[in-house]
Design a protein around this ligand. Sequence first.
Ligand code: ATP
Ligand code: MG
Length: 610
Amino acid sequence: MGWETIRKDRPPRTAPNLGDYDKECARFTWAKARAALQGLPGGRGLNIAHEAVDRHAASPRATAAALRCVGRDDSVTCVTYEELARSTARFANVLCGLGVGPGDRVVTLLGRCPELYTVVLGTLKNTSVVCPLFSAFGPDPVAQRLTLSEARVLVTTADLYRRKVAARRDGLTCLSHVLIVGGGAEELPGTLSLAALMAGADDTFTIASTSPQDMALLHFTSGTTGTPKGAVHVHEAAVAHYATALYALDLHQDDVFWCTADPGWVTGMSYGIVAPLMHGVTVVVDEGDYDARRWYRILAEQRVGVWYTAPTALRMLMRTTPRTGPYDLPRSYDLSTLRFISSVGEPLNPEAVVWGRDVLGLPVHDNWWQTETGAIMIANFAACDIRPGSMGRPLPGVEATVLRRGEDGRAEVREGRVSVLEEPDVEGELALRPGWPSMFRGYLHDEPRTAAAFADGWYLTGDLVRRDADGWYWFVGRADDVIKSAGHLVGPFEVESALMEHPAVAESGVIGRPDPVAGNIVKAFVTLRPGYEATAQTRQELLAFARRRLGPAVAPREIAFDQHLPHTRSGKVMRRLLRARELGLPEGDVSTVEDSSQDGEGFSRDRTER
Ligand code: ATP
Ligand code: MG
C-alpha cells in the first residue's frame, strides 16, 4: 500500500505494554492470565459477573462509577460498582423467584439503557445464559432467534414487545416470562413489570458454584454471509476478555472507556460490558443517536481515555472533516484525554488511520476477531507502532497461521490435512489453534456447521489474509467475497481502500460481476461525499484514479453510484447483497440488513448530513 509505519509518541500507561512483543508473547500463558482473576470465594469456580462487579464492590473501587449513562437529553446518570452489585443481585433473585435456573436462556431485546447492564450481569450471577438481540431487528429475526435460543425469559420494553413480539408469542413455546423495562406492562397481557419485580427482590445474592466451562453467553453472528449462527461461550471466556482488554485496549482501573458497539452484538457485550468492568473502569453508555458532533462532545466531556468503535463510525467522522481540512469541528473539542481509538468489525482502510493521525492527532488501532473467537485475537498494540492497513499481530497466547487456499478460496483440506503457508506475503485462510479460553464451544444445535469450522487441529476463520515477513497480518477479504478476475485474486478491501483515498468517496463496496472473458470483473459501488455529483466525469475520474493506484488487473472496471449501500445492523457493508442485487439473484437471509426506514440505530443514518 505504500503507507509508512506510524510511530507512537504517546506510550501506553503501564506495563504490560508489549513494547517488546516477542518477549511478552514468550512470557505469556493462559494459566498466568487466569491468575489475575479472583474466582468465586471458597474456590467455587469462575463467574463472569463476580469478576465484573462483585469483586470491585468489595474493594476500594466500590464507590467508583461503573457506568456513566448519557441520556438522549444529555443527562448523565452514574451507577457505582456497589449499586451495580446490588441491582444485579436483585435481578438474580427475580430470576430465581420465577423458577429460572442455571443454563436457562434470558434474551434481551433492549437499546442501551442502565437496566440492560443489570439484566445481563444479574443473569450471569444466576448462572443462566445471556442472549442479547439487537433492538432494531424486525419481528421475524426476533422470533427466529427466540426460537433458536430456546428463550425462557425475554426482557424488553413495552413498545418493542408490542411491535416485534406480541403477535408471535403463541408460537414461542419455550418462552415462560416477558419482563418489561419501563412502564406499560399493565396493558400487555402475559408480561410482568421489571421494576415491580425488582422492588420486591432482595439485594444480596450468593452466586452458586460456576464451572469455568458453564455456558454463559449465546451470541448470534452478524449474518454478513448467511443464516445467523448462535455461538456458545462459557464463563472461562472472562480470562480472555481480561487479558485482551489489557493488551489491545490498554485498560486500567481509573480509565474512562467507551465502546460504541450495540450490546446486541458480541463487541458490545464483550468490550461494552464484560471486559471493561472486569478492569474496574468507568464505562460510558450513550443512549443517543450516532452523530459526529455528539460523539466528539461525549469524548471531550466524559474525558474518555480509550474509544472502541468501528470503521463505519470513523468513515462517518471522516465525511464531516476531510483530511484536506478545515479541521474546525474536531478541533473545537478537547480530546486531550483520549490516548487512542480502536476499531473492529470490518476492514479499517489505511486512509482512516492516516486521517486519525492528521485530523485528530491520534493513533487508530485496528484489531480483528469474530463472534466465534469471543475476544480480540489480532491487534495493533497500545505500545507498538502502527502499520496502516494491517490488523496487527496475534495477541500473546494466540497461535495464528495462514493456510494454503483451494479452488473455492477456503483452506485446502486433503485427506484431513491442511497446508500451512510458511513463506510471507502469500494469501490464504486465517486459522487459529484452538485452546484460547473465549473460543466458542460450538454453534447451538448445529453440529455440522461447528464441525465444518475445524480441520487438522485448526479453527478456520473464513477470512483471507496475508502475513508479512515481520509477522503482521493484513486482511484480504472474507473467503466468500474474494473476486477471481482474469487469473488474479482480488480482495475487495484493497480496492475499497484505494477508492477511499479519493476525496469524493465516502464509502464503497466492491464485488465481482461475472464476465465471459475475465471470469469476473471488479465492480465498485460508491457513496459520494456531500458536494460531489454522480456524473460520468466523476466516474471517469474515479476509474482513472483507481487504475493509477491499483493497476489495471485489480482496479474496478465499472463504478456505480449508490448513496445507500446495504449494511448489516452492526455496520458492515454487505457485499453478498450487492452481488445478489447486481446479478438478480435471491437475496438470501436478509434479517440482519439495516433498514433505514425503521427506527434502527444503523450506522448509515448519518445525522450530521441532515
Ligand atoms: P456471519 O458469520 O454471520 O456471516 P460476521 O462474520 O459478519 O457474520 P461477526 O462475527 O460479527 O459476524 O464478524 C466477524 C467478521 O468481521 C470477521 O470474520 C471479519 O470478516 C470481519 N472483521 C472483524 N474485524 C475485522 C478487521 N479488523 N478487519 C477486517 N475484517 C474484520
Ligand atoms: Mg463470520
